[in-house]
Design a binder for this molecule. Sequence first.
Ligand SMILES: Nc1ncnc2c1ncn2[C@@H]1O[C@H](COP(=O)(O)OP(=O)(O)OP(=O)(O)O)[C@@H](O)[C@H]1O
Ligand SMILES: [Mg+2]
Length: 389
Amino acid sequence: MKEAPKSGPSPSLEETIVLSSADPYERILEQLAMLAPDADLEDAIWALVSAYAEGVDDLCVGVCVPDVEGDQLIVRHAPRPSRPRVQDAARLFPEVLHEQIIGIPYDDGSTMHIGGDEPLDATALKQVERLALAIGSVIRRARHVARLRNEAAEARGLRDQAVQSDKLAGLGRMAASIVHELNNPLTSIVAYADFLRRRLEVQDVAAEDRERLARISEAAGRVLAFTRDLVAYSRPSTAVPSALSIHDVIERALVFCDHVLADSHVEVVREFGDIVPLHGLHGPLTQVFVNLITNACQAMSPGGGELVLQTAIEGERVLIRVIDQGPGIRPDAIDRLFEPYFTTRGEGGGSGLGLNIVQTIVASHGGHVSAANGLERGAVFTVELPIRA
Ligand SMILES: Nc1ncnc2c1ncn2[C@@H]1O[C@H](COP(=O)(O)OP(=O)(O)OP(=O)(O)O)[C@@H](O)[C@H]1O
Ligand SMILES: [Mg+2]
């Protein structure tokens, strides 16, 4: 709730002209003509009220305008000291005996309050109604300007967003080209490091040196996986969905995970049901299972265990469960698993993008992925995909 300063804005040359006119209609009209198109609403109402009230002795004039944000703008011209004579919370002028309220034309909810010791006579009422009309026009203009400003701000926001997405798309393209350049040398590093490690296993080489080579291979493998994730994350897919067998997708993912399965001593148990073909993207769906299988292996490493891959149809959906025998999902992680960059693997461990990518790909197929802990131990990740023609 605002109250205009009693003194109002400092008088300008034009105001002096207005205030010198004896005719209240003329004062209102001239003040209206002088208002700047972008004048603040409170200042504009104050100027009109003052222009009228200057020539009318001892009359209280107030205006209440409900704001778009639910606030109430109140302008009050009160020549008397505010010593309440009437107890009424709805009164704007409790210091006078009569207060008349008239609605401001063309603006629902806005009112004008006229206070004095006598009710208004017919001439004064007519003048006040003209003042209300002028104030109504000012309010309408102010609301229109506010709407235009909001629209302009919204348009600016949308433009900024578009620029931002453009920048992100540019970054994605740049990341893709960097990864493209990194991929080949990294693949060679991983492959040759693995090759040397296998050879050194049968030769008389110090265990620490074999360990060092293993670290090279692991570290390069991590960078490779990270860069691939990054590209998958930023690249808009141009592939076209086709009919596919989810079992083929899982088998292909298992081939990709050959290494990690062997390294973590994990044995795969297939519990495949009778599944109809699905409609989807082979590459991204393979990536879903590569990520889930890799996580399961990491959870069971180094002791190893069984990795159960179950498929079944339930209603209109195909359910694929990836069940491991690891320690299960940590209670503090269960609500954050799918957040990008969330990882419990510590510094230099995972990127934390794996499950987020899984979720994005599954959602883009109209499916859903969830995680839970097994009854005794281990984690269960369930991917649900809709069956479509
Ligand atoms: N099978 C699982 N058992 C227990 N915890 C898991 C399992 N799979 C995922 N998690 C938890 O979820 C976290 C997030 O997994 P996510 O795959 O997104 O990232 P990450 O494996 O840590 O890193 P990366 O990006 O290399 O995959 C893991 O750090 C781990 O805490
Ligand atoms: Mg992972």
